[in-house]
Ligand binder design. Structure first.
Ligand code: ATP
Ligand code: MG
Length: 392
């Protein structure tokens, strides 16, 4: 029996003229991710992409699992292809859904008639197929309110399709439809989630990470690389920049008041991230900050960090509680990596009493006293680049 995967778009179906480029990006993402599983034939109509197998023995469950991580997809259905006549729909439904129907006590049929010329109306299809199913599986009862299984019949232009419901897709917009931005990636819980949130809106992500050996270990850097690697599942290929930050942190400790240490460090991180972002045509920065979470994440502190930025700084977790962020981190499988207990450069020389409401002018003066320009240029020059490729 011939099967197809029906991929339905999310909000990009609403994008008017842009729809075609969005569709094109989505096609590319899907083809790229499925190319190692087998040969498929792709087509599209009515805000749906049709993926049919061109080889036997393709594992469609695996294909569905991969598609669940592709942004721009609202839902996925694995369906059986039928001729557009009721006899074929009935015959194939009973065989195709046999195991699932045997597994439940109640069901209902839903019909979607995109082709309004089809001879039978939706209620009639539901009634007729419902009674055929009852006859073939006499233990089953019909429950139109809370069925254990919903059999869906879609009558479309060229064929009819039968399936047992849709699986939720990753949502959002296809990768590459919203430009590029650079994520400040720490080893913590929040920043990988921030990267995921922006990638979900179609943004291509690069990552930048600051290390301070010997205060931070190789193992700590490896943990961040592991996070980056995991993020490729959703975010696609990621360029990872690793910035040597020791000299700057030591200078900060020597030259600047202790209470300003964190805020000045964050400003310098932003300056460096921004320079590297510009070089690779990223248009914005992304951080995992959330208002009030720690001393450096007060609004006043953000005013001070943003004062050195010429590009927008996106903080997609800004209004979220830690528990909400953790929920997403678990979903995208970064949580268990993030909670490995390795030090981050942010925890090196952390002041006991950081300034919670810093004033911009005073912070600017303190930074000048530190005389960081040369060190910043050197850190940028010695930044290492590594590419993390999506596994497919
Ligand atoms: P996270 O869980 O993302 O580490 P956090 O709650 O620990 O966040 P901070 O340590 O204050 O908060 O960091 C705030 C943000 O600064 C992070 O979300 C991240 O975007 C960026 N950041 C912190 N440390 C680094 C680092 N070593 N390299 C790159 N970016 C960093
Ligand atoms: Mg952190």
């Amino acid at each position: 029996m011939k099967e197809v995967i029906l991929v339905k778009y999310g909000e990009m179906a609403l994008k008017g003229q842009n729809k075609y480029s969005f569709e094109d990006m989505l096609f590319r993402s899907i083809k790229h991710r499925l190319h190692n599983i087998g040969k498929f034939q792709y087509s599209s109509a009515q805000s749906t992409i049709y993926i049919e197998t061109l080889e036997d023995n393709i594992d469609l469950d695996e294909a569905v699992e991969i598609l669940k991580k592709v942004f721009g997809i609202a839902s996925i259905c694995r369906a059986c292809i039928c001729e557009k006549n009721f006899a074929d729909i009935q015959e194939k439904s009973l065989v195709y859904l046999k195991e699932q129907l045997e597994d439940v006590a109640s069901f209902k049929v839903e019909a979607k008639r995109a082709d309004k010329k089809f001879a039978m109306k939706s209620p009639e299809i539901c009634r007729e197929l419902g009674s055929a199913i009852c006859e073939a599986f006499p233990e089953l009862t019909v429950d139109v309110h809370e069925p254990e299984l919903t059999v869906i019949v879609e009558i479309r232009d060229s064929h009819a399709y039968v399936h047992a419901g849709k699986i939720k897709g990753a949502g959002g917009l296809p990768l590459g439809t919203s430009g590029k931005a650079m994520l400040l990636l720490s080893g913590g819980i929040d920043s990988p989630v921030a990267g995921y949130m922006m990638a979900k809106r179609g943004v291509i992500i690069s990552a930048i990470h600051f290390v301070s050996p010997p205060y931070t270990s190789d193992r700590a850097r490896l943990k961040v690389e592991q996070l980056c690697d995991k993020m490729t599942d959703y975010c696609g290929d990621i360029k990872f920049y690793c910035v040597p930050f020791t000299e700057i942190q030591e200078q900060l400790k020597r030259r600047c008041p202790e209470e300003f240490f964190t805020i000045l460090m964050r400003r310098i991180m932003m300056i460096i991230a921004q320079e590297i972002a510009k070089k690779e045509n990223s248009l914005a920065l992304i951080t995992g900050e959330s208002v009030g979470q720690v001393a450096s994440q007060t609004i006043q502190a953000m005013v001070c960090t943003d004062a050195v930025c010429h590009m927008p700084v996106f903080r997609p977790m800004i209004g979220m509680d830690k528990t909400e962020i953790i929920e997403i981190a678990r979903k995208i499988d970064t949580f268990d990596i993030s909670i490995q207990p390795y030090e981050d450069c942010c925890t090196v020389f952390t002041p006991k009493h950081p300034k919670i409401r810093p004033q911009l002018e005073i912070i600017e003066q303190a930074q000048q006293a530190g005389d960081f320009a040369e060190m910043i240029a050197k850190a940028i020059e010695n930044t290492e680049l590594k590419l993390f490729k999506m596994h497919c």
